[in-house]
Design a protein around this ligand. Structure first.
Ligand code: F6R
Length: 241
């Protein structure tokens, strides 16, 4: 696992965008795995800038998002469909047909989860997966537990995640309790992984992860220690606490 420490969030976002751009230039029809939340916002802004100023081309790119809440409409600003459209997709030349965000409102959701993993395979698998990390060490919405799901699944969010994500909602009661998330296996199949962490609140999880000596389902991100190509970019606050 390669660890890059940047001064602050702006520098972290720039570095992440440079890595994404480098991979995009190597493979025009790259398949990107994308995350939502606060952390990748700076990366997305930088990619939008690169598209506008430098002509970074998304026309052949395919994207798969990690997760979506169950029980909110896609025109709700807290849905990840809405987030992706407004924070990235509508600002770049990506074909909407090549952007996939789990359809948490699908009729038969369990079947749909299997279909999502199948679709990722059909598109050749994820070349570069972007990840954030939860305060509790979750990746996607794979929460600390005795067992973790291998494939895309329906999951219950933990109190810690509901609490952390309540900052985006009017009240904590509005935060969905369930989500669909790519599983640990779906994530680990990505050829290359880029995990970003910013701010003091991520320090504990990052400290355990980069110590690098134990894997445990109680810190889902630690499973990444078994992956051959992971880069972690952190800012000083996440690194030093
Ligand atoms: C989002 C996701 C989550 C977030 C994590 C950190 O798609 O899968 O794992 O990456 O909860 O969220 P932020 O960046 O808001 O601190």
């Amino acid at each position: 696992m390669k660890v890059i420490v940047e001064k602050d969030y702006a520098a972290l976002s720039k570095k992440a965008a440079e890595i994404v751009k480098e991979e995009m230039l190597k493979k025009k029809d790259i398949v990107l795995g994308l995350a939502t939340g606060s952390t990748p916002l700076g990366l997305y802004q930088e990619l939008i800038r690169m598209h506008k100023d430098e002509g970074l081309d998304f026309s052949e790119v395919t994207t798969f998002n990690l997760d979506e809440y169950i029980g909110i409409d896609y025109d709700n600003p807290n849905s990840y469909h809405y987030y992706m459209k407004n924070n990235l997709f509508k600002h770049i030349n990506i074909d909407a047909n090549n952007t996939f965000v789990p359809d948490a409102n699908a009729k038969d959701l369990e079947d749909y989860c299997k279909e999502y993993d199948r679709l990722i395979e059909e598109k050749g698998g994820i070349d570069l997966q972007i990840l954030g990390i939860g305060v509790n060490g979750h990746i996607g919405f794979n929460e600390p537990d005795e067992e973790l799901n291998v494939g895309t699944s329906i999951v219950n969010l933990t109190e810690s995640t509901i609490q952390a994500n309540s900052r985006f909602f009017d009240s904590i009661d509005q935060v969905p309790k369930k989500a669909v998330t790519m599983g640990i296996g779906s994530i680990m199949k990505a050829k290359k992984i880029l995990l970003l962490a910013s701010g003091k609140s991520k320090h504990e999880a990052i400290k355990k992860l980069i110590k690098g000596d134990k894997v445990t389902t109680q810190l889902p991100a630690s499973l990444l220690l078994l992956h051959p190509d992971v880069t972690v970019i952190v800012d000083e606050e996440a690194y030093r606490g």
